[in-house]
Design a protein around this ligand. Structure first.
Ligand code: 6R9
Length: 710
C-alpha cells in the first residue's frame, strides 16, 4: 500500500478517540516457585474474599490493624464530602511512633536502615532502630525549639539519598509537621517554586553528595531556591544544612549569616533530648509530594496520616511480602513517591531493614547493585524499568557473577517491555524470584495494580489485576465500560476510594476535583462513592484473564492518520531489535498523515550505529504493529533525556523533532544530552530538507503536553 492508500484506509476505520490500537501479542504466564509460596504473607486465597467488593470499605480494617492507634477510629470511610474521602475517622496515631518507637521493644538493635554510600571504599552504615529513635528525637526537638515549627506547618527538604532524609521525615511526622521533600536532583528554582507553593519557612538541605563518582555541591541550590521562593512571595527564615561529613563543609557556597545553620553544630544543644510523638487525627496531612501534570504548576499531592500509613503497611506486607527478618532494598530515590512509600514508611511500619543507596546503579560498574545485594544479603529487590534496562545494557551477564538470592522483585514506574521483564526474571532473579509489576501514581499513596505474588501468576508486560480492595475499570470517552478481552484500550479508572488516595492538591481543591473526578463523575450532588470514579490519566487494555496492560499516559498517544498508537507499543516493538537498549517514540507534524512517528533509540554498549539498525527497527514495527506505524525517522542517540525517577522525557525529544521549544529541562537527570541530540537530529533534518513548517499554537501546545513527566 502507498501512504495515500493507507491514509484513506485509516479514515475508513472507525477509531474512537479513547481507543488506542493495541497490537500486542499475549504473553505466557509465569508461576511463583513453591519455596516462595510456602513462606508468603498472603498464601491463602481466602484473602480475595475478605477484600471483595461486598466487604468494602471494612476490608481495609485489616491494613489499619497493622498500626498502633492512640485512639481507634469510629468511621472507616466518611463519604459526606465527595470526592474528599476521609478514612478511619475519629482515629488518632503518630506515624513516627508507628515506624520507629514501637519497634524498640523487640528490635532495638536491629538495623532500620543500611546506608550504602556511593564511593565503594566508604563504609556502609547500619542505623539501628535505637539509633534512629535517638537521631529522630534530637532533630525533632531542634525543629521545634530552634526552628520554631509547630503542628500543621510545612517544611521543605531538598535532600539526596542519605539517612538524614528519613531522619528528617520522621522528625516532622513526630511533631505533626508536614514534610515536602523535593527530589535532590531538581534545580534550586524547582525547589523554590515548591517552597513557595507550600509556604515553607524552613528549608532542610545538605552540603554535598556523591553521584557518578563526583561529590556534587548541593548547597548552592539552596540559595537559588530561597531566591525563587522570595520572588514568589515566600520568605525562607532558616536553611538547615546537614553535612555529608559532619564537621567538614564540602560546598563552595557561603553560609548566610543568621539564615544558614549546620545541623550537626546546632544538634549539640539537643543532645539526647526526647520529644513525645504528637497524636494526630487519622486524616491530618502527613506530607506533600509534588508531581507534574501536562499543564500548569506542579501539584502538591497531600497525603494523610492514617489512611496512607495503613495502605503502605498493608501493601508492603502482602505485595512486597516483607517479613521483619527480610533485608529489603528498594532501589529508588526517596524524592519520589516510591521511596516515601516503599523505602521509608511501608517497610519501617513493618519493622524491617530497609537498604538505602546513595548513588547511581552503574557506579563504578554495572556489577555494583549485585555486589551490594550479595554483601548485605538482600532478598527483596525493587526498582524501575529504566534501571533494569540500563543494567541490562551495560552488564547483561553481571548478575551471574554474584552470589545473592532474591525471593521477590518489583518493577515500578513505567510499562516494562516483555523482553526486559524476561531478562529481569532470568538474569537478575536467576529464574527463582517472583516479580510484581506495580502500577500506581504519586497521587495514589501505594499500589493500584499488581499480582499478589504467591497467588496470581505473572505475565510479562502486564501489571495484573487491581490489588486487594481496588476495583479498576476501563472507560471509553463516553463513559461506557470497555470490556475485558475486547482488545480495545481506554482510560483506566478506579471505581472506589481507598485509604492511600491523596486528599487533595495542596490548596487547590477545585483543580483536584477537576483533574481526577470530573471526567467520569455521574452526579456531582451524589454522596455515594459509586458515582465518583477516579480518573488516572493512563491508557490501558484488559485481557480476558482480567490483567491490565498499562499503555502509558493518555497524552502519550500518537495519532497517525486516525490511528491512535501508544508510544509504549512502538517502543516495545523497537526494543525487540537485539542492538537496541532503549527506545522512545514521539510525534512529528506531518502534512500527509497529521502526525508521523519518529523513533529515538540508544544502543547496547559495543554496538555501533549503522543504517542497518534503522532498517531493523522499521521492520520490527511493521511486523509487530503494522505499516501505518512505520517511523518517519529512526534516530540513534547516545542516551535519552530522563527525569531523575527514570522516565523518558518524550516532550523534550518531541520538541527537538518538531523544531519547537523543548521547555524547561532543568529538572532532568542529564540536561546536557538535550543539546547534543538537538544538534544531531536537527542538522541531519536540515540536510535532508525535512524542516517542518512553523507549528500553529495548538500544535505547539500538543507537543509541549506530550508525556507527563516533569
Ligand atoms: C509510582 C509512580 C505515575 C505514572 C503512571 C503510569 C506510570 C507507574 C507503572 C506505570 C506501567 C507500571 N507507571 N507504574 N506504567 N506500569 N508498573 O511511578 O508514580 O511518578 O507519579 O508516575 O507512571 O503512567 O500514571 P509517578
Amino acid at each position: 500500500m502507498t501512504d495515500v492508500q493507507e491514509v484513506s484506509a485509516a479514515e475508513e476505520t472507525e477509531v474512537s478517540e479513547s481507543q488506542i490500537a493495541v497490537h500486542w501479542r499475549e504473553e505466557e504466564n509465569y508461576y511463583p516457585p513453591a519455596t516462595f509460596i510456602s513462606q508468603a504473607n498472603a498464601a491463602d486465597p481466602a484473602i480475595f474474599e475478605r477484600f471483595s467488593e461486598e466487604h468494602f470499605p471494612e476490608c481495609f480494617k485489616e491494613y489499619a490493624d497493622l498500626l498502633t492507634w492512640d485512639r481507634y477510629w469510629n468511621t472507616t470511610l466518611d463519604t459526606s464530602n465527595p470526592p474528599f474521602w476521609k478514612w478511619f475517622v475519629g482515629g488518632r496515631l503518630n506515624a513516627c511512633f508507628n515506624c520507629v518507637d514501637r519497634h524498640l521493644a523487640s528490635s532495638r538493635d536491629k538495623a532500620a536502615f543500611i546506608w550504602v554510600p556511593e564511593p565503594e571504599d566508604e563504609e556502609t552504615k547500619a542505623i539501628t532502630y535505637q539509633e534512629l529513635y535517638r537521631r529522630v528525637n534530637e532533630f525533632a526537638v531542634l525543629l521545634r525549639d530552634f526552628g520554631g515549627v509547630k503542628t500543621g506547618d510545612r517544611i521543605t527538604f531538598h535532600l539526596p539519598m542519605v539517612p538524614e532524609l528519613p531522619v528528617s521525615m520522621f522528625a516532622c511526622a513526630r511533631l505533626g509537621v508536614i514534610h515536602s521533600e523535593v527530589f535532590g536532583g531538581f534545580s534550586g528554582a524547582a525547589c523554590g517554586q515548591r517552597i513557595a507553593d507550600s509556604e515553607s519557612r524552613i528549608l532542610v538541605t545538605m552540603d554535598a553528595y556523591y553521584r557518578q563518582g563526583e561529590l556534587i555541591d548541593h548547597k548552592a541550590k539552596a540559595d537559588e531556591a530561597v531566591e525563587e521562593a522570595r520572588k514568589q512571595g515566600v520568605e525562607v527564615e532558616k536553611v538547615l544544612v546537614w553535612r555529608r561529613y559532619p564537621g567538614e563543609y564540602r560546598s563552595e557556597s557561603p553560609m548566610v549569616d543568621g539564615r544558614d545553620f549546620f545541623v550537626d553544630e546546632v544538634l549539640k544543644d539537643y543532645h539526647d533530648q526526647l520529644v513525645e510523638p504528637v497524636s494526630m487525627p487519622a486524616e491530618a496531612p502527613l506530607f506533600l509530594m509534588y508531581t507534574s501534570g501536562t499543564t500548569g504548576q506542579p501539584k502538591g499531592c497531600e497525603h494523610s496520616t492514617g489512611g496512607y500509613l495503613a495502605y503502605v503497611a498493608g501493601t508492603s506486607k502482602y505485595y512486597q511480602d516483607i517479613h521483619p527478618e527480610d533485608t529489603y532494598w528498594c532501589f529508588a530515590d526517596i524524592g519520589w513517591i516510591t521511596g516515601h512509600s516503599y523505602i521509608v514508611y511501608g517497610p519501617l511500619a513493618l519493622g524491617t531493614t530497609s537498604v538505602m543507596y546513595e548513588g547511581v546503579p552503574t557506579y563504578p560498574d554495572a556489577g555494583r547493585p549485585w555486589r551490594i545485594a550479595e554483601r548485605l544479603g538482600v532478598n527483596i529487590f525493587h526498582t524501575a524499568p529504566t534501571t533494569i534496562r540500563m543494567l541490562r545494557k551495560l552488564g547483561p551477564d553481571e548478575p551471574t557473577k554474584y552470589n545473592y538470592r532474591f525471593k521477590h522483585m518489583t518493577t515500578v514506574g513505567e510499562p516494562i517491555e516483555p523482553d526486559v521483564w524476561r531478562w529481569y526474571h532470568e538474569a537478575v532473579g536467576k529464574g527463582q524470584a517472583v516479580i510484581v509489576d506495580t502500577w500506581w501514581q504519586t497521587e495514589n499513596g501505594g499500589f493500584l495494580g499488581s499480582t499478589l505474588p504467591a497467588l496470581q501468576p505473572m505475565k510479562p508486560g502486564s501489571c495484573g489485576p487491581g490489588v486487594l480492595g481496588i476495583y479498576p475499570v476501563i472507560y471509553d470517552e463516553q463513559g461506557e465500560v470497555v470490556e475485558a478481552g475486547s482488545g480495545k484500550a481506554g482510560n483506566i479508572c478506579i471505581r472506589n476510594p481507598w485509604p492511600g488516595i491523596f486528599q487533595t492538591i495542596w490548596r487547590q481543591d477545585e483543580r483536584f476535583v477537576q483533574t481526577y473526578y470530573e471526567k467520569y463523575c455521574r452526579n456531582k450532588e451524589s454522596k455515594d462513592w459509586h458515582d465518583w470514579p477516579y480518573f488516572a490519566g493512563d491508557g490501558a487494555v484488559q485481557a480476558d484473564d482480567g490483567y491490565f496492560r498499562i499503555l502509558g499516559r493518555v497524552d502519550d498517544v500518537i495519532n497517525v492518520a486516525g490511528h491512535r498508537l501508544g508510544t509504549k507499543e512502538l517502543e516495545s516493538a523497537t526494543i525487540t531489535v537485539d542492538e537496541v537498549a532503549e527506545a522512545a517514540a514521539v510525534p512529528v507534524v506531518d502534512e500527509l498523515r497529521g502526525r508521523a512517528v519518529e523513533m529515538y533509540v540508544s544502543l547496547k554498549p559495543g554496538v555501533d550505529p549503522s543504517d542497518d539498525i534503522e532498517g531493523k527497527v522499521e521492520k520490527a514495527i511493521e511486523t509487530q504493529i503494522g505499516k501505518i506505524a512505520r517511523p518517519k525517522s529512526v534516530w540513534v542517540v547516545p542516551d535519552m533525556p530522563k527525569t531523575r525517577s527514570g522516565k523518558i522525557m518524550r516532550r523534550v525529544i518531541a520538541g527537538i523533532s518538531n523544531f519547537a521549544d523543548v521547555g524547561d529541562v532543568t529538572t532532568l537527570a542529564n540536561p546536557e544530552i538535550v543539546d547534543e541530540i538537538r544538534e544531531q537530529v536537527q542538522s541531519e533534518k536540515m540536510a535532508r530538507g525535512e524542516v517542518p513548517r512553523e507549528l500553529s499554537p495548538e500544535e505547539m501546545e500538543e507537543i509541549k503536553a506530550f508525556g507527563r513527566a516533569e
